[in-house]
Ligand binder design. Structure first.
Ligand code: MSP
Length: 512
């Protein structure tokens, strides 16, 4: 049972071993923008936006032990922080799934049973070099001189009974699937990466269990209670456990699956482009339509991480500059698939340029003039029928076409090019600003060119109405404010939307 037209979008489930940083907020904001956009075109009831937290496994068990509390209590605390952050950032998710929830655990057990019965999970010996302080397994090649590549302490050879998932059986199928579905992995550079990996390597089966003595914080295997499920095998399943169920015959039923867009950064591409479609295949479930893979936010060219101590807290940024400014900055500054360096100077530059000078200025000067010339009553002019000069006519055309242009840029086939979509919108905003400067409406007023001034003012109002509406997925608060200031027929001008920031970091209120 699937709907004709629907849109199901997911973010990765974030680990709860540490607090959220700007990287997590980036993916989630991107998903929110696409979800909000699709709700406008398909209707709210046809969009499902899933996010959540990944709570099992060694990382979390270890972080909880360090904090001296039980893993569940530790996970509860961090999951709460993610939820609070999403509320502060205006994230309109429809469901937040935690992998420690009963609904998910039950579903994972069912998956394991189905795949086990099918013969795609088997028991075997797992051998490797183990670093007990790091609790990590290494291969022969990684453990050079029998030392842990991370901490340089001696590793020990371990052989233990585990369960394996037959990835290898599906390798050829996966290669053909990716070849035949150009939109399955986007952008194309990531698709090529996966394809060349698959063509050059023979997949080894995936060890999907851990003996309980070594790791207790996980979902016990239904057919071997002495083992818990490997965290990736558990976590990936959330995308289907949250939106459907198996019937008595093991057939998966969902109103939303297959996902239309699954977002993530390149760090977890392999799990999503290899393990995940194969797991689905073993279950007889269709793969998602598109995995949309973005780049990393870096700090001085290094990836943010807790151990490097270079983590930027999203809430600090959104409090300092405003939620909408933060949202805008992240998706405007760097094309979606690429890496970018995060800096506050860059935020201030975008703020003063795109937001204060361009958008804020257009809204403020337009409403000021409507107040001044027409007591706040927007002139009733049909801009489609009025004969404008060349630039005016171009603006009218753009008002009609801009939504479609942005729609295209944001599609998975264009790799959800947020910055291009915003550039298109800013093309309209800047053209309108230029039109003000060229037309010099104050002269029209002086010369009593009333018909021209009325049409001109109406056109500007239509530009900000359009911009205000199309900016909504990106900057919901700003969109609301523009809408309120525009009122119905009588405008209600407020303070400038983006008072310029002086470079000492303080905000200054524009002179009226
Ligand atoms: N728990 C796994 C995912 C399981 S999905 C079934 C995981 N969690 S994570 O907390 O490490 O989140 C990784 C994801 O967070 C990245 O793929 C990306 O979406 C986002 N980001 C984390 N750091 C990032 C940057 N520095 N820059 C951009 N996005 C980043 O992996």
């Amino acid at each position: 049972m699937t709907m004709d037209k629907k849109f199901y979008i997911t973010t990765p489930l974030y680990y709860v071993n540490a607090e959220p940083h700007i990287g997590h907020s980036y993916t989630t904001i991107a998903a929110d923008i696409l979800a909000r956009r699709m709700r406008r075109s398909l209707g709210a009831g046809r969009v499902w936006f899933l996010t959540g937290t990944d709570e099992h496994g060694q990382k979390i068990q270890r972080a909880a032990a360090q904090a001296g509390i039980e893993p569940q209590a530790f996970a509860d605390g961090i999951a709460r922080k993610f939820k609070d952050l999403w509320a502060d950032l205006g994230i309109s998710y429809d469901d937040f799934i935690r992998t420690t929830e009963e609904r998910h655990k039950q579903f994972v057990r069912r998956v394991l049973e189905i795949v086990y019965q099918k013969g795609d999970i088997y028991q075997s010996t797992y051998e490797g070099w183990y670093c007990s302080p790091c609790e990590s397994f290494w291969t022969e090649e990684q453990a050079v001189d029998k030392l842990c590549p991370d901490c340089r302490r001696p590793v020990e050879h371990i052989a233990e009974q585990n369960f394996f998932f037959r990835l290898s059986k599906y390798q050829d199928w996966l290669i053909s699937y990716i070849e035949e579905h150009p939109d399955f992995v986007r952008p194309v550079i990531r698709r090529n990466e996966v394809l060349s990996f698959l063509r050059q390597n023979t997949l080894t089966d995936l060890c999907i269990s851990r003996p309980k003595e070594r790791l207790s914080w996980g979902i016990p295997l239904p057919f071997s209670p002495g083992h818990v499920t490997y965290v990736w095998f558990d976590a990936l399943i959330n995308y289907i456990s949250a939106v459907g169920e198996f019937d008595a015959d093991g057939v998966y039923r969902s109103k939303w699956w297959p996902a239309d867009v699954q977002l993530m950064a390149k760090d977890i591409l392999r799990q999503h482009a290899i393990y995940w479609p194969i797991m689905l295949r073993a279950l007889g479930i269709e793969p998602p339509h598109s995995l949309l893979v973005h780049g990393w936010w870096l700090i001085n060219d290094a990836k943010m991480s807790k151990s490097r101590g270079n983590v930027v807290a999203p809430l600090d940024m959104s409090k300092k500059y405003g939620v909408d400014v933060y949202r805008y900055f992240l998706v405007r500054e760097v094309p979606f698939g690429l890496d970018g360096n995060f800096s506050e100077e860059a935020i201030v530059k975008r703020f003063n340029g795109d937001l204060a000078n361009d958008l804020g200025n257009l809204v403020f000067r337009t409403l000021t003039m409507v107040e001044k010339y027409y007591n706040g009553n927007v002139p009733a002019v049909d801009i489609g029928a009025y004969r404008f000069d060349e630039r005016g006519a171009e603006i009218v055309r753009l008002i009609g076409g801009i939504d479609g242009l942005m729609e295209q840029s944001l599609s998975p086939a264009q790799d959800a090019n947020f910055s291009a979509a915003l550039e298109q919108l800013w093309g309209l905003i800047n053209m309108a600003n230029k039109y003000v400067e060229e037309t010099k409406p104050w002269n029209l007023a002086k010369e009593s060119k009333d018909e021209q001034l009325r049409a001109f003012m109406r056109l500007l109002v239509e530009v900000i109405r359009t911009a205000g509406s199309l900016i909504e997925p990106f900057m919901p608060g700003t969109a609301r404010s523009i809408k309120e200031q525009l009122g119905r027929d009588t405008i209600a001008k407020g303070a400038p939307l983006f008072p310029r920031i002086e470079t000492d970091g303080k905000k200054r209120t524009e002179k009226k």
